[in-house]
Design a protein around this ligand. Structure first.
Ligand SMILES: Nc1ncnc2c1ncn2[C@@H]1O[C@H](COP(=O)(O)OP(=O)(O)OP(=O)(O)O)[C@@H](O)[C@H]1O
Ligand SMILES: [Mg+2]
Length: 396
């Protein structure tokens, strides 16, 4: 079935061998070989009988490869379990090479953002959990008409935590996570883009349950055709993406497409239809802003309690990233005072004699408030309008 790989290319067997050597795994027996390959039908599609419980997901395998054995995050006892090979067998060497590059470039280890790290956005978190976490935990309920949402769109002003939410999904939901930014598909793989999309979905199905995260999706799927001169290759890429996503809704495999954008109105209508669940990620509410301030600027002592009320009141319309900037600005003030003091000294002060940075004062907060402007509030009403036209809400 598989044609002979070119001598410079790694074949599926080479990959497996290198893993085994790296981890000193002696179990590269025929039995395991058969288990890996036998689950795949001769036409390259996956048979549904494949159990995916005990195997490591692909990012875990790659993480292991990078970090060697001392990975604390690994569930104990997994070493003894038979491994799924990192790549499904592809018909052509070209596809295999693309899959190898995809695995190297795009699949990352789990990015350590917990649900609690994200302040506020309770609605968005709840919808995401309902859409991704529950169907994986309790697949029994999500069949037929209740089959899980396969396409989810996070939209909202810039810097409000869309990428963070996706990372939380990667951390908290035990799925293989494909982190694809639009620029990486479009620029690096211009000619190969649509093949790459095909391989990506094939990999995702092979490692199901998986999440394909398409960040800044407006960059690849803005409205097709029209007068704007559109590159032929990018139209083929979009079409392939639409076809692949259509395929997802028709199967039971747990492959989710999670997309994020801050220009939802630029999306192609066909893509919007496939992203069935559309979740607004709005500017932070006062309580969320307070939680962010308390997290970023903890009060150091009882006397120097920072004016959180003032901060919350004065930051209406700030996004999460504006708030981060503001806190940074405030925290810079004591450091600036220290720098001014150090500059007066003629000699360089050695490391162990450096004075500690002082606390943030009330005045520092006021200076920071004066120096920081919200960046994303002007279009807030457009997102609200889009949300009421197309968005998903939880009604209770
Ligand atoms: N709800 C939040 N809780 C905590 N921090 C937040 C929150 N929202 C934003 N931030 C801060 O803002 C930064 C940017 O967030 P993120 O990258 O998720 O924004 P985004 O919505 O993806 O923006 P863009 O649309 O520009 O890609 C984060 O690194 C974080 O520091
Ligand atoms: Mg983002």
């Amino acid at each position: 079935m598989a044609d002979d790989p070119m001598p410079t290319r790694w074949s599926f067997q080479d990959f497996k061998l290198s893993y085994d050597i790296k981890f000193g795994r002696k179990k590269a027996t025929k039995e395991e070989d058969n288990a890996g390959v036998g689950r795949v039908e001769s036409n390259g599609t996956l048979s549904n009988s494949a159990p995916h419980g005990p195997e490591l997901s692909i990012y875990e395998q790659f993480r292991n490869q990078d970090r060697g054995q001392q990975n604390g995050a690994l569930p104990s006892g997994n070493d003894e379990k038979p491994q799924k090979s990192p790549l499904p067998p592809f018909e052509s060497a070209e596809m295999r090479t693309l899959a190898e590059s995809l695995s190297r470039d795009i699949i990352h280890g789990s990015p350590d953002v917990k649900w609690e790290t994200i302040k506020g956005l309770e609605n968005a978190k709840r919808l995401l959990k309902e859409a991704v976490v529950m169907p994986i935990k309790y697949p029994k309920y999500f069949t037929g008409l209740l089959s899980p949402w396969k396409g989810i769109l996070l939209f909202g002003p810039p810097g409000t935590g869309k990428t963070m939410l996706a990372k939380a999904v990667a951390t908290e939901c035990n799925t293989t996570f494909f982190n694809i930014s639009a620029s990486s598909i479009v620029s690096k793989w211009r000619g190969d883009s649509e093949k790459l999309v095909k391989v990506l979905f094939e990999l995702a199905r092979y490692h199901a349950p998986s999440t394909i995260f398409l960040d800044e999706i407006d960059a690849i799927i803005s409205q097709r055709g029209e007068a704007r001169s559109e590159h032929e290759a990018s139209r083929r890429l979009k079409t392939e993406l639409l076809i692949q996503m259509d395929g997802l809704t028709r199967t039971d495999e747990l492959v989710f497409v999670l997309a994020a954008t801050n220009l939802p109105w630029e999306l192609d209508a066909a893509m919007l239809r496939r992203l069935e669940k559309r979740i607004l990620v709005p500017l932070p509410e006062p309580e969320a802003r307070r939680a962010m301030f308390e997290g970023l600027l903890p009060s150091s002592s009882d006397e120097a309690i920072l004016p959180y009320d003032l901060l919350v009141e004065s930051t209406e319309g700030f996004s999460g990233s504006d708030i981060r900037l503001l806190c940074k600005e405030a925290a810079m003030q004591p450091l600036r005072r220290l720098m001014a003091y150090l500059e007066q000294k003629e000699d360089i002060v050695p490391d162990d004699e450096l004075p500690t940075v002082g606390p943030i004062m009330h005045g520092d907060i006021e200076v920071a408030l004066k120096n920081t402007r919200p960046s994303a509030h002007l279009h807030a009403h457009r997102y609200d309008k889009f949300n009421s036209d197309y968005g998903s809400q939880i009604l209770q």
